[in-house]
Design a protein around this ligand. Structure first.
Ligand code: UT7
Length: 331
């Protein structure tokens, strides 16, 4: 049976215990706390323990989301994991590892990779499964251990990223709201600006790829910055328009937490006040697909998401990709 609306019935997050402050990075590369703070707004980030992989982080967030919703793992129909740092380079899917560890024995499971835009892509995808009537309980997880693909000799990238996971449980409901509109975008002409050049089918792992440090992330920061400051506000404006709303109708914008300057720029372009835009980039850095769900969990826990609130979730990342969702809180 089809359902008219989807709702977020539960939410959870997990951040590894270990905190790495900017001062520690000063010991590794030629950088400074002042440079990192002023150019990105980042003060500290979390680093997964040696024994922790992406599925371990995602599992903890998913367990919290199920507990919050009061739903048993056996009732989950689908586990959807947004990640670009899976436990294994090719397979099995990280989603299957989480499904097994959860005891979600009745669930299908698959990964989605839209990098930093991944969670918003996955949320929009999962909503379709709920609205079509195909699923009653869908776990949507954004989980990353980005610090494992960082080149700790490259000061232009290693200072920016961190590890974490966030999850939501989606269910059908008769209460109006949920996903009002979305924008999913991609411009593959910018693929070269943010990539891991080695280890895939184009440039398989070899002694040479490892020696050339091609298994690590590489980024043209300036190009990604330029792309982000344009695309992010544009995507929000378009999705609002599709919902028949204006920026002033937004109660809270939850943007991808990559750089405080990008967040501030988007807020300015959309004429949103500081209070209407959530930020925790100072504490976690860029956690890629985990950034939006972790921020959403913190916004909810801080009482910033009230009944019927109109929330915007927006992200951008490698691909280049972008995604925006307008969600009315009907939980
Ligand atoms: O989820 C998507 C992921 N990616 C992003 O969101 C990244 C988007 N881009 C950015 O956030 C910014 O471009 C950065 C934070 C990466 C860089 O900020 P910027 O203001 O664009 O700096 P820049 O790249 O123009 O570099 C300015 C200077 C350069 O020196 P020169 O060439 O002017 O002499 C860099 O070499 O800063 C230097 N620099 C550093 N200095 C100290 C670059 N990284 C560092 C560093 N510490 N960590």
């Amino acid at each position: 049976m089809t359902s008219r609306y989807a709702r977020i019935a539960g939410w959870g997050k997990y951040l590894p215990e270990r905190i790495m402050r900017n001062a520690e990075l000063e010991e590794l590369v030629d950088t400074s706390d002042e440079w990192i703070r002023s150019r990105s707004g980042i003060v500290e980030r979390r680093i997964a323990a040696d024994h922790e992989a992406t599925s371990d982080l995602g599992l903890r967030a998913a367990q919290e989301a199920l507990h919050c919703a009061g739903v048993d793992a056996s009732e989950v129909d689908l586990v959807l994991v947004a990640t670009s740092t899976p436990d294994y380079a090719f397979f099995p899917p990280t989603a299957s590892l989480i499904q097994e560890a959860l005891g979600a024995r009745n669930a299908g499971a698959f990964d989605m990779n839209a990098v930093c835009s991944g969670f918003v892509y996955a949320l929009v995808t999962a909503t379709q499964f709920v609205l079509s009537g195909a699923c009653k309980n869908v776990l949507v997880i954004g989980a990353e251990v980005f610090t494992r693909i960082l080149d700790w000799q490259d000061r232009t990238t290693c200072v920016l990223f961190g590890d974490g996971a966030g999850a939501v449980l989606l269910q059908p409901t008769d209460r109006p709201g949920g996903l009002l509109s979305s924008v999913l975008g991609s411009d593959g002409s910018g693929a070269c600006h943010l990539l891991v050049p080695g280890g895939g089918s184009r440039n398989p792992a070899s002694h040479q790829t490892v020696a050339a440090r091609e298994h690590y992330l590489r980024m043209n920061g300036r190009e990604v910055f330029r792309f982000a400051i344009n695309r992010m506000p544009e995507a929000v404006a378009t999705s609002l328009d599709r919902a028949g709303l204006r920026p002033s109708d937004l109660d809270l914008l939850i943007p991808h937490q990559a750089n405080q300057r990008i967040i501030d720029w988007a807020a300015k372009r959309l004429e949103l006040s500081e209070e209407a835009v959530f930020s925790n980039v100072a504490r976690y850095g860029n956690t890629s697909a985990a950034s939006v769900p972790v921020a959403l969990c913190e916004a909810i826990d801080q009482g910033l998401v009230r009944p019927n609130a109109i929330i915007g979730m927006v992200a951008f990342g490698a691909g280049l990709t972008w995604a925006s969702a307008i969600w009315q809180w009907n939980t």
